[in-house]
Design a protein around this ligand. Structure first.
Ligand SMILES: [Zn+2]
Ligand SMILES: [Zn+2]
Ligand SMILES: [Zn+2]
Length: 322
């Protein structure tokens, strides 16, 4: 069954039709699965780690703390550079770091800002309740995979209390492919009108590109994306999230046990407070505008959007998985 892979508190509900549970034709995991010889496996050599004998949050000399702080400054600089929205700019500028823990995570496990996270790892001496290991611990609240009236299966938050903004929800797991392999699989998927591929091309990779190229990032020439994630054969409950034009989830790059900047976990965090019983959704293609993509002539890639949000654009990228 879907939930036997160490997954807690997930139930199914269908008040719409006779299907008892969604089709489960994939390998269930919360990890990234490297596929093929050209994709490096997660490596602990050279990975940043700490030797804290007291809790990391209490140790001013924790090496993971300084690492996260450095990355925060780098990544925020890039975010400011690419974020053209003035309101968002003002918000970024005002973000105070460090928190009282010294990490991007606050004491209650939420992030101060939705920027890439660098967690403590297998080589660190701290234990599993370290504040900088949030994604490595159980989620801590129940979810229901339920049948919606018009949008197939979806996922609902079924905790008893309000889930605060910037809370960890889960990892969008899948196979990691080279771009070549992804192109080949993409052609097959296009024929079946389904999209399972997710580019690992987060804006913060510009720093890594600059290091490799030895020059400033060039928007026209440089390509940050080296690997693509495929959630067709491998995945978890996150593949049932529906699209919404005004979603309550966002994706945040997350590093654990891996030093390769181009291979990161794509973690879902809440964008704002979420109330018990609310469906969890994210925007399948936030940067894409209708004109650019020519929706009308591209019906395999796009579908009518039925999210019901006030700002609904009327269409969406086809389901990423399922
Ligand atoms: Zn530490
Ligand atoms: Zn550490
Ligand atoms: Zn730690």
């Amino acid at each position: 069954m879907l939930v036997n892979a160490g997954e807690e508190d997930i139930s199914f509900e269908n008040n719409v039709d006779a299907e008892s549970a969604p089709p489960v034709e994939f390998y269930y995991t919360n990890e990234l699965v490297p596929s093929g010889a050209d994709v490096p496996s997660p490596s602990l050599s050279d990975v940043n780690c700490c030797d804290c004998l007291i809790p990391c949050k209490e140790n001013p000399h924790c090496a993971c703390k300084s690492h996260q702080k450095q990355k925060f400054e780098d990544d925020r600089a890039i975010q400011l550079l690419i974020d053209k929205d003035e309101g968002a700019q003002a918000q970024w500028k005002n973000t105070k770091y460090p928190t009282n823990t010294g990490f991007l995570y606050k004491e209650n496990g939420t992030l101060i800002e939705l920027l890439p996270v660098y967690e403590c790892n297998a080589l660190c001496r701290c234990n599993e309740d370290c504040v900088n290991r949030r994604s490595q611990r159980p989620r801590g609240f129940p979810l229901t995979i339920f049948k919606t009236a018009e949008r197939g299966w979806g996922v609902r938050y079924d905790g008893k209390t309000t889930l605060p903004g910037h809370s960890f929800i889960g990892i969008y797991a899948g196979e990691v492919l080279t771009e070549n392999e992804a192109d080949q699989r993409g052609r097959t998927y296009d024929r079946s009108n389904r999209t399972y591929l997710y580019n690992l091309d987060s804006a913060h990779l510009r720093t890594a590109c600059e290091k490799i190229n030895g020059r400033p990032f060039n928007e026209e020439e440089d390509e940050c994306c080296k690997y693509v994630m495929d959630a067709h054969h491998v995945g978890n409950f996150t593949r049932f999230f529906n699209h919404c034009c005004q979603p309550n989830l966002v994706v945040v790059p997350l590093y654990v046990d891996n030093v390769n900047p181009f291979i990161y976990k794509t973690a879902f965090f809440t964008w704002r407070d979420v109330q018990p019983g609310e469906e969890l959704t994210f925007n399948y293609g936030p940067g894409i505008t209708g004109n650019e993509e020519g929706i009308a002539g591209n019906t395999g890639k796009f579908a009518l959007c039925k999210c019901g949000a006030r700002s609904c654009k009327g269409w969406q990228l086809s389901r990423l998985a399922l």
